[in-house]
Design a protein around this ligand. Structure first.
Ligand code: ASP
Length: 439
C-alpha cells in the first residue's frame, strides 16, 4: 500500500507542528511520499511565508533593498530548525535567493521558495531524500501544466525511490524557469505525485477534520462528511464550499485514487474520504449543503412559448452575446427564468433586456434581484422519496419564501432559490430537518 501525504501550511507553521507531522508519518509505514506547503500562519494575525515572499519580491521589483525582509523570512525557518534541534543551515540557500530576487528571477520563483525551503527542512527532519519539484513537475513554454511529461518524470524519478519529500506548489518550464500553480496549489502537487507513483491513497492533511455538511459560520459545529463522491464534491465546491484546490481532483480521479482529508491537530479523526463511487449508504439523505448570495433572475413570459422552436436558444444567445454566463434555467410551459450573477448582470441589464425584446418578442419580462441559491447535494436522494417535499415543508415552517426549485436530472442535487436575507435561515432549516433531526 502506497500513500502520498500532503501537509498544508498551518500543519507546518512551527517546530511544534513539524513534530506532529513527523509523528503522523512515522505512525504508518505506508506514508513514504510527502508533499509540504510553505509555513503558514502560527496564529490568526500571522503572515504566511508565501505572502512574505511575494511582498519581498515586490520590494525587489521596486529596486529597494530586500535584505531585511529576507532576513525575516529566514528567521521563520531558523525558528523551526532550532525547535527541532536540527543541524541544518539554509545560509547558502538564502544567499542564492537574495541574488535571484535582486536579479528579478520572477514572482513565481519567489513564491516557490517557501515550499522549496520547507521541503529541505522536512526532509532533513524525517531523514527522507529531498526531490526538487522543478525536476519532475513540468509546465510548457506557455505556462500550461504538462501532464504527460510530468507523469513520465514523476514515475521515472520517484518510482525508483522508497521515500521522498517533494515540495508542493511549483514546477518548471522546459527552460528551467520556475512556475507555480495558483494559490493553494500544493494540493495539486500532492495529487500529481499520487497519480505518478500509482498511490493507493492521497492523504491531504490540513487543520479541519474534513468537509463539513454545512458552513460553520452558519451552522454551529456542523457534522463532518464521512464519504463524498467526486461529483458531489464538485457540486458543493461550485457553490462555494472549499477545503481542497479544485485542480487537485482531476489527476487522482482519473486513476481512481481516493483522497482522504485529515486533520493534523486531530490525527485520530477519520476525516472525509473522497471517492469516485461508493455503495456505502450515506449517513444522512443529504451529503452537504452550500450556497451563494448575489443572484438575479430574469423571467420571460410569452403565450405559446412552448411551441416556439428555438425560443430557449434565442434567449440564451442574448446572454452569450453580452458575455454573461447563466447559473440555472428553470422553465414552465409559458415562462422561462434565467438566473445570473447580479454583479455581472447589473451593468449590462438594459442591453440584455433590449436584446431579449428583439430576439423573442416576449409578453413580459420580470426582474428580481438579491437572490441566493442553495445547493442541497446528496447521492442518497436518489433512493429516498420525498426529499424535495421535506425541504419545502422545512422552509415553509421557517417562513422562508422559496423563489425557485430546480432538481438536476441526476437526482444528485436540488437547487433552491431564496431571498438573500433568508439565506442563513434556509440553510439552518434544511440542516435541521436532515441532520439534526437524525442525530
Ligand atoms: N503556499 C502556497 C499558498 O499559500 C501554496 C499552498 O499552500 O498550497 O498558496
Amino acid at each position: 500500500m502506497k500513500k502520498v501525504v500532503k501537509f498544508g501550511g498551518s500543519s507546518l507553521a512551527s517546530a511544534e507542528q513539524f513534530k506532529k507531522v513527523a509523528d503522523i508519518i512515522r505512525q504508518d509505514e505506508n506514508r513514504r511520499f510527502v508533499v509540504p506547503s510553505a509555513p503558514g500562519k502560527r496564529f490568526k494575525t500571522d503572515t504566511k511565508v508565501t505572502d512574505m515572499l511575494y511582498q519581498c519580491y515586490a520590494l525587489a521589483e521596486e529596486g529597494q533593498n530586500i535584505h531585511k525582509a529576507l532576513q525575516e523570512i529566514a528567521e521563520r525557518y531558523e525558528e523551526i530548525i532550532r525547535g527541532l534541534s536540527l543541524k541544518l543551515s539554509l545560509k547558502e540557500e538564502f544567499e542564492e535567493i537574495e541574488k535571484k530576487f535582486t536579479g528579478l528571477a520572477g514572482k513565481d520563483y519567489a513564491a516557490s521558495r517557501g515550499e522549496y525551503l520547507n521541503g529541505i527542512v522536512l526532509a532533513a527532519y524525517l531523514g527522507f531524500p529531498f526531490v526538487d519539484a522543478a525536476e519532475i513537475i513540468r509546465f510548457d513554454e506557455d505556462g500550461n501544466f504538462d501532464g504527460n511529461t510530468t507523469q513520465d518524470l514523476v514515475s521515472g524519478k520517484l518510482g525508483t525511490m522508497d521515500a521522498a519529500v517533494v515540495p508542493g506548489f511549483y514546477g518548471a518550464k522546459p527552460d528551467g524557469s520556475i512556475q507555480t500553480f495558483s494559490r493553494g496549489g500544493s494540493d495539486v502537487t500532492g495529487s500529481i505525485v499520487a497519480k505518478g507513483i500509482h498511490a493507493d491513497l492521497y492523504e491531504n492533511w490540513t487543520d479541519v477534520s474534513g468537509f463539513l455538511v454545512a458552513d460553520p459560520r452558519i451552522i454551529k459545529n456542523p457534522e463532518v462528511i464521512e464519504t463524498i463522491t467526486y461529483r458531489e464534491l464538485r457540486e458543493l465546491a461550485y457553490m462555494g464550499a472549499t477545503v481542497l484546490h479544485e485542480d487537485a481532483i482531476f489527476p487522482v480521479r482519473r486513476e481512481g485514487i481516493p483522497i482522504n482529508i485529515r486533520n493534523t491537530n486531530d490525527p485520530e479523526a477519520p476525516g472525509t474520504l473522497i471517492v469516485e463511487n461508493t455503495c456505502r449508504t450515506p449517513k444522512y439523505t443529504i451529503t452537504g449543503i452550500a450556497g451563494k448570495k448575489g443572484f438575479a433572475s430574469i423571467s420571460i413570459d410569452k403565450a405559446m412559448m412552448n411551441a416556439e422552436i428555438g425560443f430557449g436558444r434565442k434567449v440564451l444567445q442574448v446572454f452569450e452575446d453580452n458575455g454573461i454566463s447563466f447559473e440555472h434555467m428553470p422553465s414552465g410551459i409559458d415562462t422561462m427564468t434565467v438566473f445570473v450573477h447580479q454583479s455581472e448582470f447589473e451593468e449590462k441589464e438594459q442591453r440584455v433586456l433590449a436584446g431579449l425584446h428583439r430576439a423573442v418578442d416576449p409578453d413580459s419580462i420580470d426582474l428580481e434581484s438579491d437572490l441566493a441559491l442553495i445547493a442541497v447535494v446528496g447521492r442518497g436522494m436518489r433512493a429516498t422519496r420525498g426529499t424535495a417535499g421535506r425541504i419545502f415543508s422545512a422552509l415553509a415552517h421557517a417562513h422562508v419564501n422559496v423563489k425557485m426549485i430546480d432538481q438536476g436530472s441526476s437526482e444528485l442535487n436540488i437547487i433552491i432559490g431564496v431571498r438573500n436575507h433568508d439565506f442563513e435561515l434556509a440553510i439552518k432549516a434544511i440542516y435541521d430537518i436532515f441532520v439534526s433531526a437524525q442525530l
